[in-house]
Design a protein around this ligand. Structure first.
Ligand SMILES: [Zn+2]
Length: 276
């Protein structure tokens, strides 16, 4: 999704649940006015980890082991009411992660890559996945998949899109886009930083969960061609040994109110409509 019209169309989707974003210990509670960008990244990162953990701790259904897709009703789902306290030590190190996470986000924001040109972003993601300690990193169709193996359990795929939009940023932010005609105005820079933050939390706190985490970074979301490019490059075959039981995705939005995270099972934000 990208344009304001498409965003508006997406807002007509009904959310199943919404809850305040989780926060690092000691941070202020989020409100529409006080929530900071770091808190948003932290909140999404923690919620991402919570979603993954919730999925990982659920028993694998027999059907998922036989190649049949997990049904929406039978698949474990994210629990948005999980708090940092309930997450326990899986959030150990979040303060340290927040520091590089924000810098990573700002770097992507300064250097946006349009669809089909995500080489720099993919390289940055790959380097961070190596630093995090991903067990395997695959380059597929212009995208990147980092795999963190941690014994038996659910295989959970978490997807972030990487591409920017062909617009010129005029926000005046100190980390504004350095390139006229290119800007991260759809939040994909936040998505990448959030997914990497969740990966880092899970990689360093393996004693708190079991299963497999697949962090998938997709090119070309705005055109719909990036997902196809990954499929055409053998995504399904290359992940056959770690076929996900659950797939999760994320998107920043103007709804619900700032500082909240909403979840919905099934397809969401999967199409864009325009009204004139
Ligand atoms: Zn988007």
């Amino acid at each position: 999704m990208g344009t304001a019209d498409e965003l508006f169309a997406a807002q007509t989707c009904g959310w199943d649940q919404a809850s305040p974003a989780s926060h690092a210990p000691g941070s202020r509670p989020a409100t529409a006015r006080s929530v900071s960008r770091r808190q948003v990244l932290s909140g999404i990162g923690i919620l991402s980890a919570a979603a993954v953990l919730t999925a990982c701790t659920a028993p694998r259904s027999p059907a998922t082991g036989t190649g049949a897709p997990a049904s929406a009703a039978g698949a474990p789902s994210a629990n948005p009411s999980v708090s940092p306290a309930q997450l326990g030590s899986v959030v150990t190190g979040i303060d340290e992660i927040q520091v590089w996470q924000e810098e990573f986000y700002k770097d992507l924001h300064r250097h946006p890559d349009l669809w089909g040109e995500e080489a720099r972003t993919a390289q940055k993601v790959t380097a961070k996945l190596q630093e995090i300690g991903a067990d395997e990193i695959l380059q597929i169709g212009g995208g990147v998949v980092g795999i963190i193996r941690n014994g038996d359990g659910q295989r959970v795929l978490f997807r972030a899109d990487m591409d920017a939009l062909p617009v010129t940023e005029a926000t005046g932010l100190e980390y504004s886009s350095s390139e006229p005609g290119k800007a991260h105005v759809c939040g994909h820079d936040a998505h990448v930083a959030s997914a990497l933050g969740a990966a880092a939390l899970l990689a360093r706190n393996k004693s708190e969960w079991s299963g497999t985490y697949l962090a998938l970074f997709q090119p070309g979301e705005e055109t719909g061609k990036g997902a196809q490019a990954m499929v055409d490059d053998g995504l399904v075959a290359k992940l056959a040994a770690v076929k996900p039981d659950v797939c999760l995705a994320q998107h920043v939005l103007t709804v619900p109110e700032s500082g909240n995270v909403a979840t919905r099972s099934g397809a969401v934000l999967s199409a864009g409509d325009r009204s004139r």
